[in-house]
Design a binder for this molecule. Structure first.
Ligand SMILES: [Zn+2]
Length: 308
């Protein structure tokens, strides 16, 4: 593989029903983490094994500690060759509003939970709701991380935020990150004083932005494709000209309301759609992506980026 070749990095954020209920302002409703991990991970691991595609799972450390099923399935995913990365310990919304020591604890404890499970320290990070700043990026680098993939922006973000504001019961601090239209579309070495701009000289940590379309900066990720449907998906493919993409999925997209999710979660886009039809739709999307792009493990991509 060379970085000049078109590469696709496949990412799954593990936002459990518990985490998503907090996002929608309904903390404290009981959820069954065991059955969520058992069902969703079984389907996801089988799905990607069948297609021989490597995925990076972004895990919440606290759930690896508290859930037997989470441990079992993340270990299984690692054993099957998938990458395990850090999505913080407690999935706090508004990571950048925390103190430096609290951010360090969020990163470190998740790192530890993953290393205890797999024997390998994670090297990649994504912030909850894509909320990063220089403080987080510089800390990650100091702690030995080789990439962050929280830079996110697309032209419909204001509308997506408005939807969230209407349907969530309370405002989540700094939801949907601190990116802007200036966020680069291609991976870059973030400036230590302003992470939103690339610095000329290489550094240890690489920022890998979440993909938006080359033309018009429109959303290009699974949950949006599911909401907007096949016509938008077709168009969005013709607006893509990147040499590298991240295709972002969420584990919640592998379950539906018949899997025992709390009623309140019906507010989240696409959870009411049957999981089988969502998997079929995702399968078509990935087939389409693989016509143009080569699937690559995120860490392999990062290593080659440094060597190039
Ligand atoms: Zn998340």
């Amino acid at each position: 593989m060379t970085v000049e070749k078109k590469t696709a990095l496949l990412h799954i954020d593990i936002d459990s029903p518990k985490t998503l209920l907090r996002f929608w302002g309904s903390e404290g409703i009981p959820t069954d983490l065991e059955s969520f991990y058992d069902r969703a991970m079984d389907r996801a691991v089988t799905f990607f094994e069948k297609r021989k595609l490597p995925v990076t799972f972004f895990c919440v450390g606290e759930e690896l500690v508290s859930s037997r099923a989470a441990r079992k399935w993340i270990k299984e995913a690692f054993r099957k060759g998938h990458e395990i990365a850090n999505h913080t310990y407690t999935h706090p919304y508004g990571l950048t509003t925390l103190s430096e020591s609290a951010i360090r604890v969020e990163i470190q404890r998740c790192s530890q939970a993953i290393e205890e499970l797999t024997g390998q320290r994670p090297m990649g990070f994504r912030a909850p709701s894509y909320d990063v700043d220089e403080k987080v990026i510089n800390l990650l680098e100091e702690m030995g991380y080789s990439y962050d993939t929280s830079a996110a922006w697309n032209v419909l973000l204001p509308a997506i935020k408005a939807y969230h504001k209407i349907f969530s019961k309370k405002t989540v601090t700094r939801e949907f990150g601190s990116g802007s239209f200036r966020i680069p579309k291609a991976p870059y070495f973030p400036d230590a004083n302003n992470w939103r701009v690339p610095q000329q000289s290489p550094r240890k940590i690489l920022e890998i932005p979440i993909t938006r379309s080359t033309r018009w900066s429109l959303p290009f990720y699974n949950n949006f494709h599911l909401s907007a449907g096949p016509i938008y998906r077709n168009c969005s493919f013709s607006w893509m000209g990147h040499g590298q993409i991240v295709y972002l999925m969420h584990l919640i997209e592998f379950v539906d309301m018949t899997d025992g999710l709390p009623d309140r979660l019906a507010v989240h886009p696409n959870v009411k759609k049957p999981w089988r039809s969502k998997c079929d739709f995702l399968g078509e999307t990935l087939d389409r992506i693989m016509e143009k792009y080569e699937p690559v493990k995120t860490l392999d991509y990062v290593r080659h980026y440094h060597e190039a």
